[in-house]
Ligand binder design. Sequence first.
Ligand code: NAP
Ligand code: MG
Length: 477
Amino acid sequence: MSSSAYAPAPESTRPTIRNEYGLFIGGKWVAPQSARYDASIDPAREQAIARVAYGDADDIARALRSARKAYERWWEPMKPASRAKYIYRIARAITERSREIAVLESMDGGKPIREARDFDIPTAASHFFYHAGWADKLEWVARAGRAPRALGVCGAIVPWNFPLLMAAWKIAPALACGNTVILKPAETTPLTALLLAQIAQDADLPPGVLNVVTGDGATGAALVAQGDLDKLAFTGSTEVGREIARAVAGRKTRLTLELGGKAAHILFADAPLDQAIEGVVRGIYFNQGHVCCAGSRLLVEESILDEVVDRLQQRIDRLRLGDPLDKNTDIGAINSRAQLERIDELVRSGVEQGATLRQQRCDLPERGYFYRASFFTNVESSHRIAREEIFGPILAVMSFRTPEEAIEKANDTPYGLSAGVWTERGSKNMAVAQQLKAGVVWCNTFNRFDPSSPFGGFRESGFGREGGIHGLREYLA
Ligand code: NAP
Ligand code: MG
């Protein structure tokens, strides 16, 4: 149990939530063809929050017609500076309503309010601000000698770990480049996407420029199946990413895939240890480890292994696990029962294969999907917990003796999304970073994001970049 006894500090802002949400197509809220609605659950309370429409292939086809019309009639022909005004309006509305959106994000997905409030929502707003600024300067982005030209209609399929932020990563550059969008949010976290649709409507965004079709994986598959899509941007599992790549092969649809990861965090003996431990903790336990670029493998120089393990145990014992809407909470709820079961299954495999499990010592709430911050020692590279993405608050700790061994172990994964290096020596930092096969390498820090900085992976972590000039180019012909 934590020694510091904080009183509960529940967030007092309460968002307005409708009982039932339709689909947002052609600037209007419409009923799904199927007339089917499913509840979105608050995973910390195991309670339904609202009923959300289930969109099928007919709804997707309707959204595509609206998006195509909006592209041809209004959005693409519009002066770029005017498009920027709409995007700024959306950015400002997100900022003005940030408290309410943060609470909704925390309720629907289980993430701590502190993270939704200080990271997800401000970063989502900053993506709209940043891309609004680019809308009338795209000649600086287009490849040499080519006029910037939009692609057309873009499909965006996003996961449940950063629902609004992943939507913003795709919608903001798509709109800035003159494309129109159909967004398919994840089944377990549709509510902030629907609030974003409301914001777009309030901002008088021309009808059809942004469409939101909620549903489940089949809704996503129906969007992928639309041969008339000009671009598809997907974030999610490698498994579904592979299916999508097969489905769009040979079609005109341009594709970017942001998939899973199993990032290595390399900790040298000469690292600033206090900061490094904080970085490691933030790197894996942020958002309950539901982070594609989470530092889920820790490689520690052998001479400091025992000290690092002791410090990690002390540090996780002080993390506060509980109500995501409590401002003191560090570890919120696991997003769904299915994800909790997946984490549990992988952790049991780690124990069975001979690794040593260490967990945060604390009580779990009586209701809700929760999992203690955990790490494994005595991990071998062949263990499932060292190879598979767990997508939960579980760290695999391993050791190394030389920088060469650290690099080899770090690269021993089919993924290549992110990595981290901790050492006080700048030259060593740079030399190691250059040899890591990862799209993003953080040096003496972790999980830093900025809309101007491209993000994306190699190998089974996908391809294409989101953010910055590189990200904009993915939305231009
Ligand atoms: P997922 O199944 O890949 O889901 C991602 C998105 O794709 C969701 O909107 C999902 O809809 C949709 N989808 C599912 N099946 C589809 C299909 N056949 N065609 C088109 N779209 C489809 O990922 P998940 O189930 O949420 O999580 C499973 C694992 O994926 C996690 O344990 C983790 O390893 C990985 N993951 C990675 C990231 C990342 O940021 N790279 C994010 C989330 C998950 P529904 O959610 O409505 O089914
Ligand atoms: Mg939910």
